[in-house]
Design a protein around this ligand. Structure first.
Ligand SMILES: Nc1ncnc2c1ncn2[C@@H]1O[C@H](COP(=O)(O)OP(=O)(O)OP(=O)(O)O)[C@@H](O)[C@H]1O
Length: 786
């Protein structure tokens, strides 16, 4: 068999068509586990082997770096090791390639700097100092979101690329402008810039666009459902010369709509390119029929989708299992025991198991059980719970209070910053060595010595001494809270703006409360630290590859495992309460797709687990996910005791939530209203997706978000009677100008932004993009960016 035949081997008719249909615009709608990645890889190899095209003329865009690496690895096996596979890359990776070659067109050096989030925060820290800002006023997270939001429009490019100046009194805008200035001075580009700069260069330098268009004879896009409009516009532009564009994706697996993914690109591809061909791949090779039916059954509840039932010829396999625990300890333990049982009875290895969750903090109870049961595991794309910085910081304070050990001392003496730097630590260490004592004792006993007598050091010792004396008077959960607040750790993490860190600390407190309520005898600090040492001093010297893998559902995208446990299948976690609050109905559909992605990762068995207790993020009792109630009983078997009362309470909670979400807006932009506390105000924006108004109040001059369901708001029918109306704000402004997040209600010119770009009539003949093409592109880009 020759190489080409081998590339066609073992493909079903649809896959074969996808591989060999190399010319023109082709769309593949492929369900989970239907061999998308396989088809994409074979197709790439086919273009190289059967058509003789050089790999440097094929662009293959993947969604993540990991997917690009995996694809390169597979292609290498098919086409040999000597090919240049650097055009198998992400959107960002490709933009970097363009910029490294052509950024001089906008007078930037080719060795420009790419900033990651940490770099962005470093710049912000500097800006905060210059503007005398504190994170109490604005968190980094707010600013970073604002920056990203601003960069979804093209306007900011005028300030850095066209030297336009801007004055403002608005605090967050001031930060943004300073941030841009620093970026420009250092020729530093953040992730949002990469795509914007590349588009800017193409649109202003048609010779450059043409060069890239001619270079890229074939373009393939993976996970197209998660591409944003701007990303796809780049691809569309590049494909205009050779017109060979192959897109593949699954609208049911769109999980990035919250950050701008437009599944419509894939769904409406045939309208945008009327001559395009569509191939549907709906045979699943991965999962058992039980798992697949569960997936089909859940995703059918989504209203916005293309209906496509997946089928499989795989053998029946085992039942899907739902486990309900009385608390998260029981949930974790059950998962650990089930893994142990399967490894012992079925000859499976630990690496056959994946544990997936919606939110990082869910991993805590699972990790504790795995450690207790001696099951090796690793956290994919993340850090083990007890190794996370914020958890180590809190525990180090507790350990220092109990043991006065040097490790804990070094970790927290300057966290948060007390101005006790390297030199100070060296001085303390010298004393400790001389006196043959611990660092903490050396400091405490010599505070009056000149080289260590600092205000921060005195405060630190006072704090530790205070809690050394008071520790028996506190239960540990309260001790943690008191230390977090007094040491400044709470403020420090809040200023970081990373809610994940605060959630993790809350989860730690949650676990302590659970421990305290379970035991009759209150545990003391020493006992707690001994218990916790089991989880923190992990001996990870075992076989590195044979481990259970823990990861978020987002990270699991594109992967497959024989056994999958979806843990923390709890209302408020999956679906995420935060997402629902932000994007209501749209969020529910995306959360359901996340559940679908989790289910369809499984090959042999799928488990969903949740437990009772307290949900600290919503401040309510924990109930099973609403998605569990959407599944008919015959799709799974139940384990654990889920009482009728819990089911009733959960359903009642859902009913209340649904009623809340159905509440429609009562006021329009411009309406004058009366608030029961703040009196008169003017509605200056309405965000229907979020269910809230932005109201500017007359007396305070402040703008506040008020929910649709709030009853203490009435309309003032005759605004002329409203005193001081002129102070109620200028012209109405769009919600998009205030909101940091996707609002969903901001009218976007969907129709126009998706209309096809002008096509050349003679393929490959008239190659130069015409001036009106440029105008058209600009106007579309402006609409898109407006
Ligand atoms: N024609 C085929 N014959 C046998 N096995 C196949 C075939 N096509 C794909 N597979 C297998 O099916 C599984 C799923 O394939 P792949 O990972 O390419 O799917 P996918 O569509 O990318 O999945 P997802 O979108 O859910 O991540 C893989 O184990 C793959 O080897």
């Amino acid at each position: 068999m020759n190489g080409i035949e081998r590339l066609k081997e073992n493909l079903n008719p649809q896959q074969l068509e996808a591989v060999t249909e190399t010319e023109g615009y082709v769309r593949v709608i492929a369900g989970a586990g239907s061999g998308k990645t396989k088809a994409l890889t074979q197709r790439y190899a086919y273009i190289v082997e059967a058509l003789g095209i050089n790999t440097s003329n094929i662009l293959c865009v993947t969604f993540t770096n990991k997917a690009a690496q995996e694809m390169r690895k597979r292609v290498k096996r098919l086409v040999g090791v000597n090919s240049d596979l650097s055009y198998i890359t992400t959107y960002h990776g490709f933009c970097v390639r363009v910029l490294r070659e052509d950024i001089n067109k906008i007078a930037y050096p080719k060795n420009f700097i790419i900033m990651d989030v940490e770099d962005q925060k470093t710049v912000l820290r500097q800006v905060y100092i210059e503007l005398g800002l504190t994170s109490k006023i604005l968190t980094f997270k707010q600013v970073l979101r604002y920056i990203s939001k601003q960069k979804s429009s093209q306007e900011y490019l005028q300030y850095i690329l066209e030297s336009k100046k801007k004055e403002t009194d608005n605090e967050i805008e001031k930060v943004f402008i300073r941030y841009l200035e620093k970026q420009q001075r250092n020729f530093a580009l953040d992730f949002d810039d990469l795509l914007n700069f590349a588009l800017y260069i193409f649109l202003n330098n048609l010779d450059v666009l043409e060069k890239w268009q001619k270079r890229l004879h074939y373009i393939q896009v993976d996970e197209t459902q998660d591409s944003s409009q701007k990303q796809f516009m780049l691809i569309e532009m590049l494909s205009q010369y050779h017109k060979n564009l192959f897109v593949v994706g699954d609208p049911d697996q769109t999980i990035y709509e919250w950050r701008g993914a437009k599944p419509e690109i894939l769904v409406d591809f045939d309208t945008q390119f009327p001559d395009s061909k569509t191939i549907i791949m709906n045979q699943n090779y991965r999962s058992t029929p039980n798992i697949l039916s569960l997936g089909n059954h859940i995703i059918k509840n989504n209203k916005i989708r293309v209906d496509k039932d997946m089928f499989t010829q795989n053998a029946e396999g085992v039942d899907v299992v739902h486990f309900h625990g009385q608390n998260d300890y029981e949930e974790g333990l059950w998962v650990a025991n089930e893994i142990k049982r399967l490894v012992a009875e079925e000859n499976d290895t630990y690496s056959d198991f994946a544990i997936l969750y919606r939110a990082n903090h869910v991993s805590r109870s699972i990790e504790q059980s795995l450690i207790r049961e001696n099951i090796p595991y690793s956290v994919f794309g993340g850090i083990r719970f007890f190794e996370r910085k914020e958890i180590k910081d809190v525990l180090a304070y507790l350990r220092l209070i109990e043991f006065e050990d040097d490790f804990s001392f070094l970790r927290v003496v300057n966290t948060p910053s007390r101005g006790l730097g390297k030199k100070f630590i060296e001085n303390v260490a010298k004393i400790a060595e001389k006196e043959d004592t611990s660092l903490y004792t050396a400091l405490k006993d010599n505070l009056s010595q000149k080289e260590i007598n600092r205000k921060g050091a005195i405060a630190f010792v006072d704090l530790i001494e205070k809690y050394k004396k008071a520790k028996t008077a506190y239960i540990i959960s309260d001790l943690v809270k008191a230390i977090m607040d007094e040491s400044g750790l709470t403020a420090y993490y809040r200023s970081d703006g990373d809610t994940d860190r605060l959630d993790n600390i809350k989860e730690l407190q949650n676990s302590i409360i659970l421990l305290e309520t379970q035991d009759d005898e209150p545990i003391n600090l020493m006992e707690y630290l001994q218990e916790i040492a089991l989880y923190t001093d992990m001996d990870i010297d075992d076989d590195r590859n044979d481990r259970v893998k823990l990861m978020t559902i987002h990270t699991s995208k594109g992967l497959e495992f024989p056994y999958v446990f979806l843990c923390g299948f709890t209302e408020g976690v999956l679906p995420s309460a935060m997402s629902i609050k932000e994007r209501r109905a749209k969020a529910i559909e995306e959360e359901r797709r996340l559940t679908y992605v989790a289910i369809t990762r499984a090959e042999k068995a799928f488990y969903m687990t949740e437990s009772e207790g307290y949900n600290f993020s919503s401040g309510t009792s924990k109930y099973p996910s609403r998605f569990l109630f959407e599944i008919s009983d015959n799709y799974y078997v139940s384990k654990g005791e889920l009482s009728q009362e819990i089911i009733k309470a959960a359903k009642e909670q859902l009913r209340l939530d649904a009623t809340r979400q159905l509440i429609q807006k009562k006021f329009e932009v411009g309406d004058i209203v009366n608030h029961q506390i703040w009196n008169q105000g003017k509605v200056i924006a309405v965000n229907e997706a979020k269910g809230e108004y932005q109201i500017e109040f007359l007396e305070t001059g402040k703008i506040k978000p008020i929910t649709f369901e709030f009853k203490g708001l009435t309309k003032i029918e005759d605004p002329s009677e409203a005193t001081g109306e002129e102070r109620l704000g200028p012209e109405p402004i769009a919600a998009s100008e205030i909101e940091e997040k996707d609002t969903g209600n901001v009218a976007k010119p969907e129709q126009d932004t998706q209309s096809p770009l002008p096509h050349e009539n003679n393929k490959g003949s008239s190659t130069k993009p015409k001036e009106n093409d440029k105008n058209n592109l600009w106007s579309r880009l402006k609409e898109l960016w407006s």
